[in-house]
Design a protein around this ligand. Structure first.
Ligand code: DGJ
Length: 694
């Protein structure tokens, strides 16, 4: 007996089938099928022939591959009883619950007393499927590994794209060819990590940045994930995503994966990127629609731990004059915190630095028209702190563990720890008008522990529920905890600790496939970059920040008058344009010259756009190359101009073409031949604007 289920989103269909009450297989996922597609025929068409004589039936690639089904690849679940014996399931259909947009499938193994539940929500408008898996057991069991419903990847793909990276250099995209065997990605540091962003793209053969069929996956969990992309000996490819293996430390009777979000687009990587960005904006991040993102000022790289009220006031005045609208007081404001070696956990305002509390500073910030934000790192404790001295038993892991940034992690799943942290943060938020928290997390956990992540989510929610309108930024030494799980509880990401504009240009270009620009923080750093020692022109630094949620992080006292003028004018440009940019269609623009990192942002109405073309290093070619645009109307005419001609430092011998005058060109021309870019020095950003002719 065959059961089949079909779930559609706006542009996609997903079809599952189960024969003889076995676990189902996904037999179709891609562009929407016709309404009258016959699913029996579809099932028939997916049957496979085989030529070897090892088994009399091809083991199915189900949503939970099992040993008992003779599956020879990686299994979807690994469980043990409390004595350590492996539990090999044989799940049989028990029930289904079907509605227009969601499907719940329940399977049972009566002998083991274990139930497997798969949930699939078709988020129709978002054009995304959200999948999760659950195991319930009559007796406590040990869960080593549980995958969200397993997806069969398209056989027409030759490679996959995911990300490596490290502190200060996140989102290093890497392409791996499919070969027989396993491509395994796993964060074992207890957080999402700088090195293993939980996203995967599978472009099909022949597709490209903005054309062709591409499949995207994102696992929304902040405690570290595990991803298996395996090509079986018969060519089938499976994708598994779940929490880090062995991150459930105790035997329990119920386990659940986080949500695996998947989406397909016929418009290449960029198409999937747009779907995910819109999804995050509309359905993940809790920010009032249309909320204007304020220009940030963050004092970290200006003063570090050296907080002096008069100096901070002076900095605030200067920052406001350049255009800042929110002042974020970073690390160093609390009791005894004079370096990274002490005081985490003692969340009381430092009386030496702030004898009258932070009120005088906050008043000054407000009188300059800015709002106030404050830094915390709640999940940590310094050995040199009152908190640790009174509660050494609150740390996660052994006391003799290797420290990270001279600190321990608190076991925030302990109720008293949660209460203590809530009380401290709540009372500071009650005392001061704080509308923003930068929530940091600067070391790896001694071991992965899923309960730590669950406790974090509930602490974040409790704080936001008690302080309506509060925004929280997720920071973990920059981009160590960025994923759709944390974004359900926070409203901005600190993408990287690197304020080096060249590095930032690359990082934010890569991250664009996953993160909307209104949640992606980007700051203009100090003249000499603190993470690279590089000195880059202000124009370039400012325009890189203006591509995302803009902010400043340098000591504004260091700015030359020329730099101040440039930064002010770019900030004004950003304020004028930010509203439409936040909902723009943004496409990355691959260039023949790989040293050019470019994107186009087109407003929703389609009648205005800006192209950012950044020169990341010495150009590969001796004369100018065309940059082919995308996302325009081929039949319309556009008036094109370079916004920042005067700022461009160029090697070029010609001042003709685009650098000479405005051009009127069709979308067809722009998206076929493209714009000849001038030959510019590295670390220059061309800002090209276009308006549809009436
Ligand atoms: C790491 C963050 O990423 C920095 O921006 C800064 O907040 C420091 N921590 C403070 O200790």
């Amino acid at each position: 007996m065959m059961k089949k289920w079909r779930l559609d989103t706006r542009n996609q269909s997903l079809v599952l089938s189960s024969l003889n009450n076995r676990l189902p297989c996904i037999i179709y996922w891609g562009e929407c099928l016709p309404r009258d597609e016959n699913l029996d025929e579809l099932y028939e068409a997916s049957k496979k022939d085989w030529g070897d004589n090892l088994l009399d039936q091809i083991p199915e690639l189900s949503i939970l591959p099992e040993q008992s089904a003779n599956f020879s690849g990686q299994l979807g679940c690994k469980m043990r009883d409390v004595n350590g014996h492996l539990l090999s399931s044989s799940f049989v259909f028990f029930a289904d619950e079907v509605s227009n947009n969601s499907l719940t499938l329940v399977f049972k193994d009566k002998d083991l007393g274990i139930t497997y539940t798969a949930g699939i929500d078709a988020l129709y408008e978002d054009d995304v499927y959200a999948l999760n898996a659950k195991i319930d057991s009559n007796n406590p069991i040990i869960m080593e590994w549980l995958s969200a419903p397993v997806i069969e990847a398209p056989q027409t793909s030759n490679e996959m794209l995911d990300y490596g990276g490290h502190w200060g250099s996140e989102f290093r995209s890497q392409r791996t060819p499919w070969v027989t065997g396993v491509h395994l990605r796993e964060s074992r540091v207890g957080t999402t990590s700088h090195a293993h962003f939980p996203g995967l793209m599978i472009p099909t053969a022949g597709s490209s940045e903005n054309l062709g069929s591409c499949y995207g996956f994102h696992y929304g969990w902040s405690g570290g994930h595990r991803m298996i992309a395996e090509q079986l000996q018969d060519g089938r490819k499976q994708i598994q995503f779940g929490n880090t293996e062995n991150s459930e430390l105790n035997p329990l009777t119920s386990f659940e994966t986080a949500k695996l979000y998947i989406s397909h687009s016929g418009a290449g990587l960029g198409g999937v990127g747009r779907i995910f960005r819109d999804f995050v904006s509309n359905s993940i991040v809790d920010l009032p629609i249309g909320s204007i993102r304020p220009v940030h000022y963050n004092c970290w790289e200006a003063v570090y731990f050296d907080h002096n009220i008069e100096e901070l006031k002076e900095i605030a005045t200067l920052a406001a004059d350049i255009g800042a609208e929110r002042f974020v007081l970073d690390d160093g404001w609390f009791k005894g915190r004079n370096s990274a070696t002490s005081s985490l956990g003692d969340w009381y305002v430092d009386e030496h630095k702030y004898p009258d509390g932070m009120h005088p500073l906050v008043k000054h910030i407000h009188s300059n028209g800015m709002t106030f934000g404050l830094w915390f790192e709640p999940e940590m404790v310094s050995p040199d702190s009152d908190l640790f001295r009174s509660h050494p038993e609150w740390i996660l892991g052994d006391i003799s563990q290797t420290l990270g940034r001279a600190q321990y992690v608190l076991d925030i799943s302990i109720n008293e720890v949660q209460e203590y942290l809530f009380e401290r943060i709540d009372s500071i938020l009650n005392e001061y008008p704080i509308e923003y928290i930068k929530w940091d997390h600067n070391r790896v956990l001694p071991y992965p522990d899923a309960s730590q992540t669950r406790a974090l989510y509930s602490l974040l929610d409790r704080i936001r529920e008690s302080h309506s309108g509060l925004e929280i930024e997720t920071c973990s030494s920059g981009g160590g905890r960025i994923d759709y799980g944390i974004l359900e509880h926070t409203q901005r990401v600190w993408l990287s600790d690197s304020n080096d504009a060249l590095e930032r240009l690359r990082i934010q270009h890569e991250a664009l496939l996953w993160l909307p620009i209104h949640v992606t923080g980007s700051h203009v750093g100090p003249k000499v970059c603190h993470t690279s020692g590089r000195e880059l022109p202000m124009s370039f630094r400012a325009w890189v920040a203006a591509q995302r949620h803009m902010g400043f992080e340098m000591d504004p006292k260091e700015l030359s008058s020329e730099d101040k003028v440039i930064l002010k004018s770019v900030t004004q440009w950003w304020k004028k344009n930010r509203e439409w940019m936040m909902s723009a269609n943004i496409l990355r623009l691959p260039c023949i010259d790989k040293t050019v990192i470019a994107e186009i942002q087109v407003n929703l109405e389609g009648d205005h756009f800006v192209v950012f073309a950044g020169q990341s290093s010495a150009s590969e070619l001796s004369s100018s190359v065309p940059l082919v645009l995308a996302g325009l109307d081929s039949k319309s005419m556009y008036n094109i101009s370079v916004h920042n001609k005067k700022e461009i430092k160029s090697l070029g011998k010609s001042d003709e073409g685009l650098m000479n005058r405005n051009l009127m060109l069709s979308g067809q021309f722009l998206m076929t031949k493209g714009l000849q870019l001038p030959k510019v020095f590295p670390a220059n950003m061309l800002v090209i604007e276009g308006d549809k002719a009436a």
